[in-house]
Design a protein around this ligand. Structure first.
Ligand code: FES
Length: 111
């Protein structure tokens, strides 16, 4: 699909993160140490909204069952375990990471 506008640069504070709907997909945009990242916004385990997750060490923690994903690569850094694993019998899978760029005050991702 190519480069698609997501939001203005000003909408994101440093150390902030937010989900956006882009062409029918939820995308998580985050800014950590002044670097901006874009990955899928819904958890691959059971659809947790990563925009409501916590950011820790360049990762986002899913608010539902606490799988941990890299903001840079979208890869699972820590899968679910214990009680949640037993209940759902499912693992989280790697998410897609998108190229992101700034263009005239707006952020665009390469879908
Ligand atoms: S929905 Fe994210 S870990 Fe279960």
């Amino acid at each position: 699909m190519g480069w698609t506008e997501v939001c203005s640069v000003d909408e994101l504070e440093n150390e902030g993160h937010k989900s956006f709907e882009v062409d029918g997909k939820k995308i998580l945009i985050s800014k950590v140490d002044n670097k901006i990242y874009a990955i899928d916004g819904l958890c691959s385990h059971m659809g947790g909204d990563l925009g409501k997750g916590k950011i820790e060490n360049n990762n986002v923690i899913c608010p539902k069952h606490h799988a941990v994903f890299s903001l840079e690569t979208g890869h699972v850094e820590k899968n679910i375990n214990g009680f949640f694993k037993a209940m759902t019998r499912k693992d989280a899978k790697d998410l897609h990471a998108y190229e992101i760029r700034e263009n005239e005050g707006n952020l665009e991702i390469n879908l």
